[in-house]
Design a protein around this ligand. Structure first.
Ligand SMILES: [Zn+2]
Ligand SMILES: [Zn+2]
Length: 392
């Protein structure tokens, strides 16, 4: 049945209003979430603009100051994603004051990954339904591209269901930042532009300007930040090794840990979510944990939660079982297979050798040595030489 024009107009208007007010909706979050997945292009236009903004580099060019600004802002804000969105708001793996929590939420706003409550709500949902049909971004259920980027374009994943995150929703300042999640990104982008304009005259030796700093520091850095973060939803449920036998398909990846400051140890995290550290061992690089440890020494945060001994014991048991399994399945089986091939061959060679030994013993008894120096040969040993003349 075709949709009446006035309903289409209302939906279009609703999507435009949601650019400013994320909580604006004609229906309750529960109703929206019950709908099947579907892309809402109007709502996604700011996200598309973010990607297209990277093309601005064609006009602004580059210099080292702009590039290093982009790199620094990538890692500073990746820390906000992993250390704050994930390890604080989603899992509460450490504590801070209410004001500290507000500052952390402001910081996460610069990542342009919606509000802290939206982020935490969807992440907790992911843990409850990992790699099940209800999981919004499982690559096993929805395919790689949907898990990486498609799921955030879907209408059903726009709302924040505050009833599912009551521990965070009781702070009105956090709800406000979540509702008007466009404010911090706009202020952040504008600040970068103004900083570039200022440096253009105050420090011309840097060779940058407002437009260039906006393109590199905001558009390029933020787009890279998005895909770095999204790789945890897509790649870490596909690539890497599994130390723990969790019910999902989460995996540990060293490479992804470098890109995401320690979030690549995703199988560890799925096994035990309450720990501040995702790299459970010293060789599992986890820069987010090191940064949080440093912050805890300043008193800004406290109560970092460790990995319990029972989890380390489980890891040791799994490592032992895996070793035994590998040994029994590959090494021993390979050796058995090798023996199966070699033993009959060796037996056949042995039998043949025994037979030839008897023959050579017989030959030895029958005649002179086969290998004598020419000088040692007696007249009888020397082969008879015949000339063509003698034959005739
Ligand atoms: Zn998590
Ligand atoms: Zn996961």
């Amino acid at each position: 049945m075709p949709t009446p024009p006035q309903n289409s107009f209302r939906r279009l208007l609703g999507s435009l209003v949601q650019w400013i007010d994320s909580d604006y909706s004609l229906e309750s979050p529960a109703v929206v979430r019950a709908r099947p997945d579907g892309v809402n292009f109007v709502r996604c236009i700011p996200f598309i603009i973010l990607h297209l903004g990277c093309l601005g580099v064609i006009w602004t060019g580059w210099n080292w100051f702009a590039v290093w600004t982009a790199v620094a802002l990538y890692f500073l804000r990746m820390f906000a994603v992993t250390g704050v969105f994930h390890r604080y708001f989603s899992h509460k793996t450490y504590s801070t004051s209410r004001f500290g929590q507000f500052l952390l939420a402001l910081w996460t706003g610069t990542t342009v990954q919606r509000g802290a409550l939206w982020w935490a709500y969807h992440h907790r949902h992911h843990h409850r339904h990992s790699d099940e049909p209800e999981d919004a971004h499982s690559p096993h259920v929805h395919g790689f591209w949907w898990s990486h980027i498609g799921w955030i374009t879907s209408k059903r994943n726009f709302p924040t269901d505050y009833s599912q995150i009551r521990d965070l929703a009781r702070y009105p300042e956090l709800v406000w930042l979540n509702r008007f999640d466009i404010v911090v990104p706009v202020v952040f982008a504008t600040s970068l532009f103004l900083l570039g304009r200022y440096l253009e005259t105050a420090a011309p030796g840097l060779g940058t300007n407002g437009a260039q700093l906006l393109v590199w520091g905001f558009f390029i850095s933020t787009t890279a930040l998005f895909h770095g973060t999204a790789s945890i939803n897509s790649f870490t449920h596909l690539w890497g090794r599994r130390r723990f036998h969790t019910t999902d398909d989460s995996r540990n990846s060293f490479i992804l840990s470098l890109i995401t400051l320690g979030e690549g140890w995703h199988n560890n995290h799925h096994r035990y979510q309450s720990s501040t550290r995702n790299g459970f061992f010293w060789w599992e690089i986890d820069p987010t944990y090191y940064g949080l440890k440093l912050l805890s020494w300043t008193g800004f945060i406290w109560g970092l939660k460790p990995v319990p001994q029972s989890i380390y014991d489980e890891a040791a048991r799994n490592a032992h079982h895996d070793t035994v399994h590998r040994f029994s399945v590959s090494s021993v089986q390979d050796e058995i297979n090798t023996l199966r091939r070699v033993v009959p061959t060796a037996a056949a060679i042995a039998l043949a050798t025994v037979g030839s030994g008897e023959i050579s013993a017989q030959k030895k008894a029958e005649g002179p040595a086969m290998h004598k120096d020419v000088g040692e040969l007696t007249a009888d040993d020397r082969p008879a030489t015949t000339t063509p003349a003698a034959e005739t």
